[in-house]
Design a protein around this ligand. Structure first.
Ligand SMILES: Nc1ncnc2c1ncn2[C@@H]1O[C@H](COP(=O)(O)OP(=O)(O)OP(=O)(O)O)[C@@H](O)[C@H]1O
Ligand SMILES: [Mg+2]
Length: 599
């Protein structure tokens, strides 16, 4: 897990082992009816397993030794019934416990997903996608194994062991005493092998996670891999990782394959001793073959449940470690918190004020003392050098991040006092990097307003000058755009994003380089559409191409996180400052004043 920066998120509750176990327990116990039924089934399985061992004696003595014909008819019938019921009970407990486990998986996954949805954006900067996917997919599964196998195991095996112990003591208590003193010796290698197994399985899992993140990274960045001719390099990296995985897997295979023969050998020695002792008693006539074989059967049957119970500890430890990792995320609270007394921001026109706003992502101040007032319905353009802090400042309005100092006010009220939903409802945004989902064009636009009718969506597409090219697609609006919209050109993506923002029809509009990928003609057209749309809305336009912001009511120049100039185009040109310099560079004119005058 990555180290957490202090202010990225706060931990609220303790994620210690007891509290996590308690919370997992609460989740499991909420399915008490199924658990109870499963437990009953387990007891039946355990009882009937012991009964099988018990029946070995009458089978042996009555059928094979005494050659009793009635018993020959009766006992097979009993055995068939016994296995039938045992099978039914086994099915019941396996099904019910898996139900409990999978249900827990669903609950945990849903909880994690919806929790991650409310965490602030800074959370995503600290945790990479691969890691979060591992939490939601793998860790949750490990917890499920713990719950459905360990819980089933511990109860069923415990009952089975009790049942079988009863049988061996009933058959020959002296021999039983000898056996159970020798038994712990057999458990030692089981525990030792188990520990090694766990070590390798953890390493295997880590190696596997490594392979998946490499896959994720190289497949999404495949264009760069090709462009830089890095296929052999990436192959090498991948082969190294799969080699590591292979080596760990082989070590695990080694332990696993060795554990069985070693244990069987030790078991063989034990059985030999018992055959020698028991055989002696049968020969002397103090015991019957039935008693002896019934004893032996029960003893051999004890092996499996004891082995499983001794491995249980590992499984529980692994499961708890995974649960702790899951709850670690579940216990993070978003840095962007809604106050208890938050009020809804009413729909309508809004003014936006930045009052002494400073902001830092990590240690370094990215915005310094920004003071800005945008009246309702005003169009404000933000320009400036790359990395100056334009995107960062508009990100503060929908509270993607909270200010470090100062405040952002809407209609005179601090946005931190508003409900997040109502605040974001009032804002339409086109982000700098066009973000689309792997869905149809139609659904991508509809994302802006799920209640919109088809005609609204078409109107939005038309306003964003997207309608014509969408019509040209083979499936028109039903064309799927591919992951992150890969099947569209840069300009097409931007226009879909604009259509989506238009559909939302929000009174505050943020356009961050919304038309930067369009050719001049399309940009002009979309620009006209946007200008119409901006009427009456409080708009923030960020643009590098200064020709696109002439119509702005006011232009603010941000350099190095500070506002260096503020005014109308003509004023700023006349000032011959930073804006004029930028303008001059774009229009290749040597004199600022001249440029202005020649306009
Ligand atoms: N998530 C982040 N974590 C840390 N620093 C960041 C993060 N995002 C941006 N920055 C830094 O903040 C500064 C301002 O970035 P910002 O994206 O606001 O610039 P910008 O003015 O929009 O630039 P551009 O015109 O290139 O889009 C940059 O120095 C950048 O490196
Ligand atoms: Mg930017």
């Amino acid at each position: 897990m990555n180290s957490e920066p202090v202010n990225a998120y706060k931990k609220t509750k303790g994620t210690d082992l007891p509290s996590v176990s308690r919370r997992i327990f609460t989740l499991v116990i909420s399915q008490w009816l199924r658990l109870l039924s499963a437990m009953l089934c387990m007891m039946v399985v355990a009882g009937l397993t012991a009964a099988t061992a018990y029946l070995v004696k009458p089978v042996m003595d009555d059928i094979f030794v005494d050659k009793d014909k009635t018993m020959l008819m009766l006992l097979p019938l009993v055995i068939i019934l016994l296995y039938l019921f045992r099978g039914a009970a086994f099915f019941g407990q396996a099904y019910l416990m898996s139900y409990v486990g999978h249900n827990l998986v669903k609950q945990l996954r849903d909880k994690l997903y919806s929790h991650i949805q409310v965490l602030s954006l800074s959370f995503f900067h600290k945790h990479d996608t691969g890691l979060l996917m591992a939490r939601i997919m793998n860790d949750v599964n490990i917890v499920m194994s713990m719950v459905s196998q360990a819980v089933t195991g511990i109860l069923r095996d415990f009952f089975t062991i009790i049942g079988l112990l009863c049988v061996i003591f009933y058959r020959d208590w002296k021999l039983a005493l000898i056996a159970i003193t020798v038994l712990p010796l057999a458990v030692i290698p089981i525990v030792k092998f188990g520990r090694r197994m766990r070590k390798f399985s953890t390493r295997t899992q880590e190696a596997m996670a490594d392979v998946s993140s490499l896959l994720h990274e190289t497949f999404t960045g495949t264009k760069i891999v090709r462009a830089f001719g890095m296929e052999p390099y990436e192959n090498r990296r991948f082969f190294e990782k799969t080699l590591r995985l292979f080596q760990y897997e082989m070590k695990a295979v080694m332990v696993r394959s060795l554990s069985s023969p070693v244990m069987h050998f030790l078991g063989g020695i034990g059985i030999t001793l018992i055959i020698w002792y028991g055989g002696n008693k049968v020969i002397q006539g103090t015991s019957t073959p039935g008693t002896f074989f019934s004893f032996m059967t029960a003893l051999i049957m004890l092996y499996e449940p004891i082995k499983r119970i001794s491995e249980l500890n590992n499984m529980i430890q692994e499961g708890m470690a995974a649960a702790v990792r899951i709850y670690h995320i579940l216990d993070m609270s978003s840095e962007i918190e809604e106050r208890q007394d938050a009020v809804a921001l009413d729909a309508g026109r809004h003014s936006v004020i930045f009052r002494n706003v400073s902001f830092k992502y990590e240690d370094q101040m990215v915005l310094r003392n920004i003071n800005l007032e945008v009246k309702s319905g005003e169009i404000l353009a933000l320009v400036g050098t790359s990395g100056g802090g334009k995107t960062t400042s508009v990100n503060l309005i929908p509270r993607f991040y909270d200010v470090t100092e100062g405040a952002v006010l809407i209609d005179g009220h601090d946005i931190r006092g508003m409900t997040i939903k109502s605040l974001r409802n009032q804002i339409g945004i086109v982000t700098q990097d066009p973000i689309l989902f792997n869905d149809t064009v139609y659904n991508n636009i509809a994302y802006g307003n799920l209640n919109a009718s088809e005609s609204d969506i078409i109107a939005a597409a038309k306003a964003a000058y997207a309608y014509d090219f969408v019509q040209g697609f083979p499936d028109s609006f039903n064309t799927v755009v591919g992951e992150k919209g890969v099947r569209l050109s840069g300009g097409e993506k931007q226009r879909i994003c604009i259509a989506r923002a238009l559909l939302k029809n929000a009174p505050i509009l943020i356009l961050d380089e919304a038309t930067s990928s369009l050719d001049t003609a399309s940009e002009l057209a979309v620009q006209h559409a946007l200008e119409n749309l901006m009427q009456g809305r409080t708009t923030f336009v960020i643009a590098h191409r200064l020709s696109t912001i002439h119509h702005a009511d006011r232009i603010v120049v941000i350099v190095n996180g500070q506002i260096v100039e503020d005014g109308k185009h003509e004023e700023l040109m006349a000032r011959q400052g930073e804006y004029c310099k930028l303008y001059k560079m774009q229009f290749e004119n040597n004199n600022c004043q001249k440029t202005h005058e020649s306009k």
